[in-house]
Design a protein around this ligand. Structure first.
Ligand SMILES: Nc1nc2c(ncn2[C@@H]2O[C@H](COP(=O)(O)OP(=O)(O)OP(=O)(O)O)[C@@H](O)[C@H]2O)c(=O)[nH]1
Ligand SMILES: [Mg+2]
Length: 303
C-alpha cells in the first residue's frame, strides 16, 4: 500500500497545570467551541473529547482538568484522576505549559512525564505575551529533562503555529481505524455542554469561592416550537451549591444576580444551539457536596 492510502488515527491527550490554555488549544485545534474557557484556574473539571477527521486521518483530542498540586476536596481528587488517566490512554501527549509557569525539579508531573513511554509534544503557550529569549529558556529547561518528539511554541489564542501543529500531530499518529463516525465532533450530549456554558457564566459573574462551590446539572432539555413555529429549546437546570449562604449569593438581592446569570447563559446557549432558548435556573444546597461520594457520582466524577 502506498503512503497515500494510509489511514492514521489516535488519541491525543492535552495535559498540564490549570490555566495554561489547554481548553483554548483544544477549541482552536477542533475549530469549534467545545470546552469552556475562563481566566480562572480549574475551569475544566472533566475530560472532554473533540474529534478532528479527514479522509485519511482521525485525531481524538482530550481536554483535561489542570493537574492540581494539593487537592483539598474529593472533587479535586477526581479531577486529578481524569488528568492522570490521560497519561495512560494516549497515542500522543500534548504537554502544555505557558510562559509564566515555573516547575521545580522535584515536581511529580515531571516524574510522570519522564516515566511515560507515550510520544510527547512539548507545547509552550501564550508566546504572544513573551520575548523569544523567555521561550528559548523554557524550552531549554524542559528538553534537558524530558524527551519530547517535538517542541512547539504557540499562541492558542491567536492561533499562531496551531495549523503547523495539526500537521505534525497527524504525522506522529500510528496507522489505525476511525474510532468515531467521521462527522462526529464529541461523545458528550448537548445537555452536558449546556451545563458547562452555565458554569462558565457563573465563573465569570461570581467571585472567590462561589464558582468553585458550584455544580450545574441540566434536568430537562426539550426541543419544541414557539407558537410562531420557530425552533425552541426548553431547558431546566439546577445549580448546586455547598452552603445556604452561597445560595443567597447566587440569587442576589431580590433575585437580581440569578436573573442576570440566566440572561447571560441563555444568550450564550442560544448562540451555541442556534435556536431560541427558554432557560429556567433553580438553586439547591447540598452540604459539602465536593466531599460527598454520592453527589460526586451523580455529577459524573467517576471514570
Ligand atoms: N495571551 C494568551 N492568553 C491565552 C492563550 N491561551 C489561553 N489564554 C488565556 O488563558 C486563560 C486560561 O485559558 P484556558 O484555556 O481556560 O486554560 P486551561 O488550561 O484549560 O485551564 P483549566 O481548565 O483551568 O485547567 C484564559 O484567560 C485564556 O484566554 C494564549 O495563547 N495567549
Ligand atoms: Mg480548561
Amino acid at each position: 500500500m502506498s503512503e497515500t492510502n494510509i489511514h492514521r488515527s489516535g488519541f491525543v491527550n492535552i495535559i498540564g497545570r490549570p490555566n495554561v490554555g489547554k481548553s483554548t488549544l483544544m477549541n482552536t485545534l477542533v475549530g469549534e467551541r467545545m470546552s469552556i474557557i475562563t481566566s480562572k484556574p480549574q475551569t475544566t473539571r472533566h475530560r472532554i473529547i473533540g474529534i478532528v477527521s479527514g479522509d485519511d486521518f482521525q485525531m481524538v483530542f482530550s481536554d483535561t482538568p489542570g493537574i492540581i498540586k494539593d487537592p483539598k476536596y474529593k472533587m479535586q481528587e477526581a479531577m486529578n484522576r481524569f488528568a492522570h488517566s490521560a497519561f495512560e490512554d494516549a497515542d500522543l501527549l500534548l504537554f502544555i505549559t505557558d510562559i509564566y509557569e515555573k516547575y521545580e525539579d522535584n515536581d511529580p508531573v515531571l516524574q510522570q512525564l519522564k516515566n511515560s513511554e507515550v510520544p510527547k509534544f512539548f507545547i509552550i503557550n501564550k508566546i504572544d505575551q513573551a520575548k523569544p529569549e523567555t521561550v528559548a529558556e523554557i524550552q531549554q529547561w524542559w528538553t534537558e529533562r524530558v524527551e519530547f518528539q517535538a517542541v512547539v511554541p504557540i499562541s492558542a489564542l491567536q492561533k499562531t503555529n496551531t495549523n503547523e501543529m495539526l500537521d505534525r500531530i497527524k504525522l506522529a499518529l500510528p496507522e489505525g481505524p476511525e474510532y468515531y463516525p467521521k462527522d462526529q465532533l464529541t461523545d458528550r450530549p448537548e445537555r452536558f455542554f449546556v451545563s458547562e456554558i452555565i458554569r462558565e457564566k457563573i465563573l465569570e459573574q461570581y467571585k472567590q469561592e462561589i464558582p468553585y462551590s458550584t455544580e450545574v446539572v441540566v434536568e430537562r432539555f426539550k426541543e419544541t416550537k414557539t407558537t410562531k413555529g420557530e425552533d425552541l429549546v426548553e431547558i431546566n437546570a439546577i445549580i448546586y451549591v455547598s452552603r445556604e449562604t452561597q445560595k443567597m449569593i447566587i440569587l442576589g438581592k431580590n433575585g437580581t444576580s440569578i436573573k442576570q446569570l440566566g440572561t447571560e447563559a441563555r444568550k450564550s446557549i442560544e448562540t451555541w444551539l442556534e435556536s431560541k432558548v427558554f432557560l429556567d435556573l433553580h438553586v439547591k444546597v447540598r452540604d459539602n457536596w465536593r466531599d460527598d461520594e454520592r453527589m460526586l457520582k451523580h455529577f459524573g466524577y467517576e471514570q
